[in-house]
Design a protein around this ligand. Structure first.
Ligand code: F6P
Length: 349
């Protein structure tokens, strides 16, 4: 059988581990041939691909990024895109496709089912916001990177008696902020799921510093905002960007700088901001992510051979299972508020 594979959306550590595992499983276990489409859905739309084989992918396991390249191309944003994708796959004799991506990439895979394209999904994103799976690969590495950064910020914050705001990724969800904030012992963790009251944040910092603690780390997701009102308006104004990708997502960033500014103005504490940005997406995957990505890669090819199209491989209670892609992309997986309030909440302020 000829199988296609693509990696779409923001890159993340572990993509190469999936590619390697899928190629090795397909070739060695099933005698398949694997075509790697370049730059996500763009490659399928434009017929850009390269043959992948065991010798060429055997050693890519620890490499960050994706050897196939990626993009945020949405084939449905162009006239007749779905038909072009179907035509290109047919021409190359690709019978089924393994799509490795987040909600956007897998949303396309789900829609292409309606064009007769047989897809199996693999969940990736450092944000960990895909439903249907307990965790996506890439998240563990990103949390470790953010935690390492917080540890470093702490010592300089302590030396200078400063508030340091650390802005982490997380467009709609605060998984990275919550995990790295707990792991790094942050004084405040601000996430998109729970709009914050700026004055309450400042008051907790004042109390903390009055109690003898002269420095604080505040972790904030890029998508977090104050509760509705003048502070939210001012934050939105300061962080607004007109740039949007083909899936309609605005480019985020800047809430950390806005917050550091407000904290300094309102409390008089010297404040600084560090935006971790794409550092969280780069570099070699953690052991956990390598193992999870490898299991997903093997399971995806098995799903192809079982004819489990329209399904995504997922992790549940330690097992790799299959869930409908439609279910995985229907809603974002929000931060567990029990964890946020009952665990993180104990240590905040
Ligand atoms: O892949 C998800 C993500 O890392 C988000 O957390 C972030 O908002 C976005 O990608 C950034 O995308 P880009 O690299 O296209 O600017």
């Amino acid at each position: 059988m000829r199988i296609g594979i693509l990696t779409g959306g923001g890159d993340c550590p572990g993509l190469n581990a999936v590619i390697r595992a899928a190629v090795m499983t397909a070739e060695l276990r099933f005698g398949d041939e694997v075509m790697g489409y370049l730059d996500g859905w763009k490659g399928v739309l434009e017929g850009a691909y390269r043959r992948l084989d065991v010798p060429g992918t055997r050693d890519i396991l620890p490499e960050g990024g994706t050897v196939l390249g990626t993009s945020r191309t949405n084939p449905f944003s162009v006239e007749g895109g779905g038909e072009r994708v179907a035509e290109n796959l047919r021409e190359l004799g690709v019978e089924s496709l393994v799509a490795v991506g987040g909600e956007d990439t897998l949303g396309v895979a789900n829609r292409l089912g309606g064009h007769g394209i047989k897809c199996v999904g693999v969940p990736k994103t450092i944000d960990n916001d895909l439903s249907g799976t307990e965790v996506t690969f890439g998240f563990d590495t990103a949390v470790q990177t953010a935690t390492d950064a917080i540890d470093r910020l702490r010592t300089t914050a302590e030396s200078h008696h400063r508030v340091i705001v650390c802005e982490v990724m997380g467009r709609h969800v605060g998984w990275i902020a919550t995990y790295a904030g707990i792991a790094g012992g942050a004084a405040e963790i601000l996430v998109p799921e729970v709009p914050f009251e700026l004055e309450e944040v400042c008051e907790r910092l004042r109390r903390r510093h009055a109690g003898g603690q002269f420095s604080s780390i505040v972790v904030i997701s890029e998508g977090a905002l104050p509760a509705e009102g003048p502070d939210a308006d001012s934050a939105r104004f300061a962080t607004a960007s007109s740039a949007k990708d083909q899936f309609g997502h605005a480019r985020l960033g800047g809430i950390g700088a806005w917050l550091a500014d407000e904290v300094e103005k309102r409390t008089g504490f010297e404040a600084r901001v560090t935006i971790l940005g794409h550092i969280q997406r780069g570099g070699t995957p953690s052991a956990f992510d390598r193992v999870l990505a490898t299991r997903f890669g093997v399971a995806a090819v098995e799903a192809v051979h079982d004819g489990a199209f329209g399904m995504m491989v997922a992790l549940r209670a330690g097992d790799i299972v299959r869930v409908p892609i439609a279910e995985a992309v229907a809603t974002s997986k929000m931060v567990d508020l029990g964890l946020y309030r009952d665990v993180a909440g104990v240590f905040l302020g």
